[in-house]
Design a protein around this ligand. Structure first.
Ligand SMILES: O=C[C@H](O)[C@H](O)[C@H](O)COP(=O)(O)O
Length: 253
């Protein structure tokens, strides 16, 4: 029994602390970004994912403590719910087509701050909102900070497609660039994952030896009929904050 307890402790205690440090590294990055970029009486984009939850947490604190007004434009169903449940002002691109900044997460960033986004299924609205922002600010933990894409994030580049086109798009991407393309399946429902926009998602496992010109790859992918948007964000980021396990933050621009 004692041996079993020791064994369980050896397995679960390190896992518990690494999960905690990952969460706290997301929080420090998000808090710093919100403190440095959100100005009173502006409209901002609210990204999606688990790190943005901490950005909204900080935003709410600032709105209450400083009694400021910030109009929040969501990038997903999740972001919309976060804004509403935190009592923030919900807006949209009709009312605010020009945003001061957008604060969002990322699945991976390379040395040039080219991003892979869409691991959580949200990329189309994120890219539209980011394109309306003067500054796209990325908040992430240290596991997203890479030199090359694919170094740490192994699930591939998400690509949102019109449902009827998923097979031809898959074949064209594999033919043009190599690697393999998979239709993302739902976890809690039978069948494919359906985006907030009613589309399907493909995940492209690109060849790892490719020294890629991601701007060109992104342009070529977007030219394929049936592709709605890609999870490659090229030359869009103003600044990225990567939280570290020790509570510090690496900043890159
Ligand atoms: O589809 C999801 C979005 O692109 C997220 O911003 C991205 O997946 C990062 O999410 P997280 O902060 O949970 O790692």
């Amino acid at each position: 029994m004692v041996i079993l307890n020791k064994l369980l402790a050896q397995i679960f205690i390190p896992k518990f602390f690494s999960t905690m440090s990952l969460e706290s590294s997301k929080r420090v990055a998000a808090y710093k970004a919100v403190d440095e970029w959100v100005k009173p009486n502006t409209a901002i984009g609210i990204g999606s994912g688990s790190t943005v939850i901490y950005a909204v947490e900080r935003l709410k604190q600032r709105v209450v403590n400083e009694n400021i007004k910030v109009f929040c434009v969501p990038t997903s169903f999740q972001a919309r719910q976060l804004i509403i449940s935190n009592g923030l002002i919900l807006s949209d691109l009709e009312a605010h087509p020009e945003l001061d900044c957008a604060i969002d997460g990322a699945d991976e960033a390379d040395a040039n701050l080219t991003l892979i986004k869409g691991g959580g299924g949200c990329l189309l609205q994120e890219k539209v909102v980011a394109s309306c922002a003067q500054s796209l600010i990325i908040v992430a933990d240290y596991t997203k900070d890479s030199t090359k894409l694919g170094q740490q994030y192994r699930k591939g580049i998400p690509i949102e497609v019109v449902p009827m086109a998923y097979v031809p798009v898959k074949r064209k991407i594999e033919g043009l660039f190599g690697g393999s393309v998979n239709l993302r399946m739902s976890v809690a429902k039978a069948g494919p994952c359906v985006t907030d926009n009613g589309n399907f998602l493909l995940d492209w496992q690109f060849p790892t030896d490719a020294d890629s010109d991601w701007a060109a790859v992104n342009r070529d992918i977007l030219m394929i009929p049936g592709v709605v948007e890609s999870g490659l964000f090229v030359n869009m980021v103003r600044k990225a904050y990567f939280g570290l396990a020790d509570g510090n933050v690496t900043e890159r621009c």
